[in-house]
Design a protein around this ligand. Structure first.
Ligand code: ADP
Length: 246
């Protein structure tokens, strides 16, 4: 089966020091990858590289087996950033319209069929916000807004969901329900890459862990991560010091 994401020796610098150095990893089809590391360790940068939003200085980046530079199936990817809530507040559109946008991306034209409309309704129902469909997106709570963006990804039949600290500012109860939703979407076969600062949440839900502090300290299944020293090593390392492994 084709890997969803493949990174090989990826390095990216904003200035002189690399923010991400020599990262090699693959995200397999159906995987739930937790991307963890201290503040400023390059997690968002690496996620943006994975999605083709940032071009690395060197290395190979592939999405669904295709070089990211020629990848043009954006509808296969749903991206929920921690700043989604702030942006949504200024958009004069309803929740249903946001989700319909995902369906337009999939359908490739501006008219939705009966089937497309059913897919929009199903997406709203899956994330349990069908009762909010007529609301302006800007009036939703943080957790509801994140669900609306997930629904948009579901409507476009995204195979990969990439989430950057999606529950910042979301209350504990909604947060738990949100992670249960992610788990059930993953059980339906959607590949998930999640940045989350709460390591317990990640080790409870993810089947694979990438532990980063500029360089990768661990990439593998969650069990081997928990048994390793990678966490202490990555969090104990002074940022941006690159150890060379030969
Ligand atoms: P994390 O997501 O783990 O907090 P980031 O990927 O946001 O880490 O940042 C990694 C490093 O790169 C940090 O030192 C940050 O200050 C720096 N950085 C991030 N974005 C930029 C940018 N656009 N320009 C310059 N430096 C940046």
């Amino acid at each position: 089966m084709t890997d969803v994401v493949r990174l090989e020796n990826v390095t990216l610098s904003y200035g002189e020091q690399p923010a991400v150095a020599d990262v090699t990893l693959t995200v397999g089809d159906g995987e739930f990858l937790g991307l963890i590391g201290p503040n400023g360790s390059g997690k968002t940068t690496l996620l943006h590289v994975m999605l083709g939003l940032l071009e690395p200085d060197s290395g190979v980046v592939e999405l669904f087996g295709e070089s990211v530079s020629s990848f043009d199936q954006g509808e296969r990817i749903g991206y929920v950033s921690q700043r989604a809530t702030g942006r949504a507040e200024t958009m004069p559109v309803t929740v249903r319209e946001v989700v319909r946008m995902g369906r337009f991306a999939r359908a490739g034209h501006s008219r939705l069929s009966e089937e497309d409309r059913a897919a929009v309704d199903a997406a709203l129902a899956t994330v349990d916000i069908d009762n909010l469909a007529a609301r302006q997106i800007g009036t939703l709570s943080g957790g509801q807004t994140q669900r609306a963006y997930i629904a948009r990804a579901l409507a476009s039949e995204a195979d990969l969901l990439a989430l950057d600290e999606p529950t910042v500012g979301v209350d504990a109860e909604s947060r738990d329900a949100f992670y249960q939703l992610l788990e059930s979407l993953n059980e339906r076969g959607i590949t998930i890459v999640l940045i989350e600062h709460d390591i317990g949440v990640v080790t409870d839900r993810a089947d694979h862990i990438a532990c980063l502090n500029t360089q990768l300290y661990h990439y593998g299944d969650t069990e081997s991560f928990v048994e390793s020293d990678a966490l202490a090593d990555a969090y104990g390392a002074s940022g941006r010091v690159v150890r060379h492994h030969h």
